[in-house]
Structure formats: C-alpha cells, structure tokens
Write a protein that binds this ligand. Structure first.
Ligand SMILES: C[S@@+](CC[C@H](N)C(=O)[O-])C[C@H]1O[C@@H](n2cnc3c(N)ncnc32)[C@H](O)[C@@H]1O
Length: 257
C-alpha cells in the first residue's frame, strides 16, 4: 500500500490524461458540469479547486471569469494544467489540499473538491477539518461543491473488478477491497512492451463516505446542503453559506452561481 501522493506520482499521474480520455474531452465534461452548477457569468469572483488535477474544472471556471487557485499534490498533473493555462486567471499551487488557506489572499466565492478527491483524505476527521477550513475561507455568500463516489455499498465478487480504460497498448483495471471504513483501490496497469505485456500494480486507500454523513457534517458547520447526481455516477453535494439562517440578510450580493 502506498500513500496517495506516491500512488499518483509513481503510477496514476503519468497515465491520468489517457485514463480520462484526453485533455480536451475531460475539460469538455468539466465544462458541462461547471455550466450546470454556475448559472451566470462570474467575472470578478474567486474560486479554489482542491485536488485540481490537470484542471478539468479549473479551466472552465477560469473561462467563466473566476480567478482560480488550483491546488494539488501532484506536480505531474499541475504541469499538465500549466501547459493549458495561457492567459487564464489560474494560480497553480503544489501543496496538500488541507493547507489551502495559506494560499488565499481573500475569501473565496466558490470552493470545489471534485472528482472523488474528498475520499482521498486519510480519515473522516480530515474531511471534518477540511469542512471547517472551507467554512472559514468562504465569502458569506459562498458555496462549497464536492463530488465523490459513495463506497458505502460494497461491490461483491466479480463486480469488484472495474475496467477503467483500454486501448491497443494499455489496459487499466481497478480492483476494490472493502474494510469497514475504507476501500483499498488496487490499480492494475498493463502496458505493451514489444510483443509482451508488462503489469504494474499500485494500491491506496479511499474513505467510504456516505452522502448523508457529508451532508450532516457540512450542516453542522453552518451550511445549507443539497445532494444531487454528479458526473459518472458520483454524488454531488452543494453546500451554501448564504442560505443558512445566520448569514441570511447580511446584505452581501449573491454570487453568480
Ligand atoms: C481523482 S483525482 C480528481 C482530479 C480533479 N479534481 C478532477 O475532477 O479531474 C484526485 C486528485 O486529488 C489530488 N489529491 C489527492 N489527495 C490530495 C491532497 N491531500 N492534497 C492535494 N491533492 C490531493 C490528486 O493528486 C489528484 O489530482
């Protein structure tokens, strides 16, 4: 078993863009998701993308006018993002996402933690800590949005072997092994080497977070929360500060999301 950072550095990050179907296709999916959650143009507003990866959501947010701080612990994925920033207002930061506050100069209007990044945190207490930091760092009208996989219902038998992507030269399969609080993810990569195949396996642990626990924990931090369907079978939790009773009527303008 490796740490999440090692798993990405040595195993997943070098094939991550391939795994998602390529940069343009992935950003286009991110754009559809951002368009679904951000209704109006967002010029002048600030956003933080926690676990931004190669910018699947940071790039569409910046195109909508947000100034984006994109934080990730993978230098490989941040390099891929930097290759596409051009003049977009995106600041990339290589750091642990729990340290995001030290990279902000103002409160954010929108904080995202997308694509199952939340389950990569080491323990439920880290998720609670993140939610506290998010609540402190959001503008009074701000919103936190997270998408993650609900691993609370364990897959069984052959269903635990998930074909992720394959082509003539590479096959990525994921095997899930459940324990009470965690799921161990074994990423099995086969790469063609001349006339033979080379297999590499790396494993890391994800949290089994239920949407109800995430929702209740965010409500305890003062958010109004709704649970929706996200991309590719993920759960989307939208947590609004502006709709909670203590922040209602503060006179702040509504953000354009
Ligand atoms: C499944 S990917 C999702 C990437 C992106 N949000 C998306 O939707 O495409 C998880 C990302 O979180 C990053 N990550 C995981 N744990 C992290 C941590 N503690 N601090 C910073 N980045 C982290 C990984 O490097 C990876 O880029």
């Amino acid at each position: 078993m490796t740490t999440v950072a090692e798993h990405y550095k040595n195993h997943l990050a070098p094939v991550y863009l391939w795994m998602t179907g390529g940069f343009d296709a992935a950003v286009s999916r991110g754009e559809s998701e951002i368009n679904a959650i951000c209704q109006n143009p967002s010029s002048g507003l600030s956003a933080v993308d926690l676990g931004a990866g190669f910018g699947m959501h940071s790039i569409p947010l910046a195109r909508r006018g947000y100034s984006v701080v994109a934080i990730d612990s993978s230098s490989t994925l941040l390099d891929a993002l930097r290759d596409h920033i051009k003049t977009l207002p995106i600041q990339t930061v290589e750091d642990d996402l729990l340290a995001f506050q030290k990279h902000l100069i103002t409160k954010a209007h929108l904080i995202l933690c997308m694509g199952d990044t939340l389950t990569h945190l080491p323990e439920p207490q880290s998720v609670e800590q993140l939610f506290s930091l998010v609540a402190e760092s959001l503008h009074p009208d701000g919103t936190f949005i997270t998408t993650f996989r609900d691993y609370t219902f364990p897959l069984v038998g052959d269903g635990r072997f998930i074909p992720v992507r394959s082509d003539n030269d590479r096959i990525l399969t994921c095997f899930l092994e459940y324990s009470p609080d965690y799921v161990t993810v074994h990423d099995v990569l086969h790469e063609r080497n001349g006339s033979t195949w080379q297999q590499r396996v790396s494993s890391y642990r994800k949290l089994r977070l239920s949407p109800e626990w995430v929702s209740t924990t965010l409500q305890a931090k003062g958010f109004a929360v709704r649970i929706e369907s996200g991309l590719a079978g993920m759960v989307r939790v939208v947590a609004d500060k502006r709709l909670t009773s203590h922040s209602r009527g503060t006179g702040y303008a509504s953000p354009s999301i």
